[in-house]
Write a protein that binds this ligand. Sequence first.
Ligand code: FAD
Length: 487
Amino acid sequence: MINFSKNEKIDCEFLIIGSGASGSVASKYLVDQGKDVLMIEEGEGEIASKNNSFSKSFLNAWRNSGITPIISKSNFAFGEGMCLGGGTTINGGLVWRTPELILRRWNKSLDTNKFSVNNLSKYFNEIENNLGLDTKHNTNIDENKESLKLLEISEKKSLKVVRIPKSINASEIDNKLILGRSSNSKNTILEKYINYSKKKGLRVITNCKAQKLFTENEKIKSIEVIIDNKKKTIVAKNIILACGATQTPMLLKNSFGNNYLDSQMQNHINFRIGVKFSNPMQNESETMFTRQVQEYLEDGILIMPTSFNKSNFFSSLAKMNNDELSLIENDISKFSSFIIQLQSLNKIKINNYLNRAILSYEINKLDLIKLKKYCSIFCNLLFEFGAEIIYLPFKKNFKITKKDNLDDIFKKNLNAKNLEMVSVHGMSSAKMGLKNEKYTVFNLNGRSFDFKNLFCIDSSILPSSTIESPQGTIMAVASQILEENFN
Ligand SMILES: Cc1cc2nc3c(=O)[nH]c(=O)nc-3n(C[C@H](O)[C@H](O)[C@H](O)COP(=O)(O)OP(=O)(O)OC[C@H]3O[C@@H](n4cnc5c(N)ncnc54)[C@H](O)[C@@H]3O)c2cc1C
């Protein structure tokens, strides 16, 4: 552990700001090359290696002690990690390769071929290897029933349902991985990247926030950081931004003014659907969910189960009265939850107000139309395959049964003011691009156009959102940027 003593200034060759999906990749890449690397992390350091309760994880591992509200007509909240390991400490451990259609769009819009499947595959291979990705399923262990339900629907209705690639250890033998909680059941970034790098000389300072970058002669001269409410200075030859999709824009704005970049964050929105089936759905001996509906990927829509646990489920039912809640509790084993995930057309605006990120968003009308379509398709399928009651992500009129006219329900109730939604995938808020494009501050190799020793490798640099969960893409693009600049 490094301490800044009074007035001490720390020097390093490489400073990585942020220890999440991207920062951890940078630490391994650079120490493997024998570089002198310092990583700073705003959040706590000890959280990632422990199996923490949900509420403890909220307090210690999430930014703003849980969920960051988004100003919107809908009930909308954003979630991100703030601890050693960043989002990877609390996420679901799903590590996808970038869908090909996204890579095609990136190449076309940026007039490049660097994002071809071929070019990226060596990075994905390495990441999957390091994380011990579970691609083979242990057939001795039951899959969870929500996943089997999707499989049954897929077989009978010819829908494309695929197996989910996960960086999971223990969830093949127990069902303890609760999304949102730090836990030992993932092959965490902490172990495979950060602790690995520490053994090879990486220095790490936690509870240390980079506040402002200072420049001289088109370079970042020094970095002001806050530790224990005191300002300190770091001097680095190269600065790598890995603060994530809300905080990289915030650091740039704090350093160079609010107009420096147009910090609008692309995102995926989750609509959570609670379902009561006629048969029991929960069983302690099953795995975490394993399947995903990819039939509608081209339309930016994915459908999958989400990890189920009683308190987690109840948190989404706060609008219900006590009688209804106890009915649910009595029959809890028959409940399950799924999410419809949408690649949002509109972006979340990141406004800098006195150094705090204030987020605002309105859902696009075309997304509402899309959502009506896929809610209707999926709810009809659920009723056909054994659902008795469905709880929709609505503020009002959220409980439906088979007898209801779904088209009518969605027409009347699925509108911006009545929606409840969450996003945990922010991206592309300081995206790479071509020189002289308005507000583009990083080139296609992640290097700043304005400051020669400044690089960005995190989710904010991605050219767009990814439809699939982004961790794999973030890590692969970060690896590519690192190799392009520091090989
Ligand atoms: C509950 C949840 C579930 C998810 N599930 C999945 C999943 O299953 N699969 C998937 O692919 N993705 C998932 N994600 C998303 C994924 O975790 C993120 O997209 C990814 O971690 C982002 O990587 P990053 O490097 O850009 O930033 P992060 O991982 O967010 O890391 C940024 C780090 O930088 C630190 N930081 C920020 N500002 C500063 C500063 N000024 N100074 C010092 N440190 C700073 C932060 O505290 C944070 O620890 C999930 C996210 C959440 C929240």
